[in-house]
Ligand binder design. Structure first.
Ligand code: PLP
Length: 352
């Protein structure tokens, strides 16, 4: 840290991303990427011409991409905002809507606390219930900026649309942000509710279900006035927040949407198989509606399982929080990758 850093940032604890080894040594089940490559149209869109056009600035409005998203989700283009990953939208949302304090779970996406700290926003932390489900009644009538990952990470559990609606309805004086990074893997989306409630913002990403984590593309859907607020910050910081190549890849991905939805279905099937196999081995596994599972065994600590898997070429995510340190978060890979994972787990558990 230099002596020049603004004093208000000196105690900031930054988000720590999962390991991203740059060799191909591991079966990578640690950061919830898709195991499947981008679709044929996306590969084609990354053309020589597209790279040559990087000489020019892209469309700051991301108009074509937003039109496609609006059509797919049945909303107006004025209800869609695109960004350099959905982290970027979370960032701006805390900046825009957090002035009266923010509310989120004790066990959820770690970035929420980082953004609250970054902007000096007072955070109200609501503990998950013993079974890791969200105690949604505790979110009613707070009128603070509420952020809920649905399904939640790293637990994989989802709230119902009815529960979400009650939260949105009882907090009319504040924004409720539903982070749907994993919604394509089996939860109900709250997008329809954005037509009814002016205080609901739903964020999504191309990083998990659409195989574009490295391209950095996120979007959100909400009332036109909320979208204008986000644009105010965007045009006050970085108008070209989505590069032109990524815009083209995003457009192509939406044209191939059926490919991605079929991939999600494969991941769901693999997930259910892995969950049933782990349960046979004595693991406790949450009822995940995401592309990862959250599992523990009494036979061995979470940390030890993580290390033993790593020795055998498989990376998973171990989080050290007090309530979850016995667990590992395991991204669902291809059926072949998960067969290797299960074989290694059997080996580890038996040897001890
Ligand atoms: C992965 C993830 C994000 C961030 O996605 P990007 O679009 O890659 O920035 C946001 N929220 C949750 C809960 C996530 O797991």
């Amino acid at each position: 840290m230099s002596k020049f850093l603004n004093a208000k940032y000196q105690s900031l604890k930054a988000y720590v991303p999962g390991e991203q080894p740059q060799d191909q040594k591991y079966i990578k089940l640690n950061t919830n990427e898709s195991p499947y490559p981008p679709s044929p149209r996306v590969i084609e869109a990354a053309s020589k011409e597209a790279v040559e056009r990087l000489r020019l600035y892209g469309d700051p409005e991301c108009r074509v991409l937003r039109e496609k998203l609006a059509a797919l989700y049945g909303v107006g283009i004025e209800n869609v905002y695109t960004a350099n990953g959905s982290d970027d939208i979370l960032n701006f949302s805390f900046m825009c809507f957090g002035a009266n304090g923010a509310v989120f779970s004790d066990i959820t996406y770690g970035f929420y606390q980082v953004f609250a700290d970054l902007y000096g926003i007072e955070a109200t932390i609501i503990p998950l219930k013993e079974d890791f489900s969200i105690d949604y009644k505790k979110y009613l009538g707070l009128n603070k900026f509420i952020v809920i990952a649905n399904p939640n990470a790293p637990t994989g559990l989802a709230l119902s649309l009815g529960e979400i609606e009650e939260i949105v309805q009882t907090n009319p004086e504040s924004v409720v942000l539903i982070d749907e990074a994993y919604v394509d893997f089996g939860a109900e989306s709250a997008v329809e509710l954005t037509k009814k409630y002016a205080n609901l913002l739903v964020t999504m990403t191309f990083s998990k279900s659409r195989s574009l984590a490295g391209a950095r593309l996120g979007f959100c859907i909400g009332n036109e006035e909320l979208i204008k607020d986000l644009n105010l910050i965007k045009y006050s910081t970085n108008p070209y927040n989505v590069n032109s190549l990524t815009q083209l890849l995003g457009i192509a991905a939406l044209e191939d949407n059926a490919v991605y939805m079929a991939n999600c279905q494969k991941i769901i099937e693999t997930r259910e198989y892995v969950i049933s196999e782990l349960k046979k081995l004595g693991f406790e596994v949450t009822d995940s509606k995401t592309n990862f599972i959250f599992a523990k065994t009494n036979a061995m600590s979470g940390e030890k399982i993580y290390q033993e898997l790593k020795k055998r070429g498989i990376l998973v995510r171990h989080l050290s929080g007090e309530r979850i340190k016995d667990y590992n978060r395991i991204t669902i890979g291809t059926a072949e990758e998960m067969a290797v994972f299960l074989a290694k787990i059997r080996e580890i558990i038996e040897v001890k």
